[in-house]
Design a protein around this ligand. Sequence first.
Ligand code: AR6
Length: 182
Amino acid sequence: MSERKVHDVIIECVQGDIADQPDMDGIINAANAELRTGGGVAGAIHRAAGPGLEEECRPLAPIRPGQAVITGAHNLPNRFVIHCLGPVYGKDHPSDSLLASCYREALGLAETHGLDSVASPAISTGVFGYPMEEAAQVAFRTITEEAPGLSAVRRIRFVLFSEKDRRLHARVLNELTGQDEA
Ligand code: AR6
């Protein structure tokens, strides 16, 4: 695990499953526009949450690329799920500002709902095809920009599915914050 402090916010990169982060107040879903279950992250989250999550999501859908909405977490061990629709790489333009908007809106919702800790997957880097390193740069740049304005959120955990992706994220985070490799 590697972690960095940006203003008063700890950013950490771990390898694991986003649906198995019981010590986090909220988790972020790499959602589809309809806020239904799906493959990857959305499948894992909806399976663990149970059918009540899709029911709560129904009136909130559809959402547009770059948008985030918040719901309860149902059978998940967290308090909230923040659903973000990332851009489809090469189709939703401009991809970088839409991806940045996901993280900005997600952090805004976390703040207004008083979440102390939020776990996020690497939005758009699976089915939606966003190159992992570029996506990590957008994610950490956005979080670094938002950090000074956060007063509730104290810990942001990036949960990467593979050790290779975790290492890449840790490296990009270190490059951006100008600190040595952990
Ligand atoms: N925990 C953490 N990371 C995961 C997990 C998991 N359980 N499963 C996959 N990843 P994706 P997207 C990684 O495809 O690109 C869905 O079907 C994965 O390796 O879940 O935003 C929705 O219904 C990748 O790096 O999200 C949408 O239609 C990253 O999480 C669409 O796919 C995101 O992969 C969203 O595509």
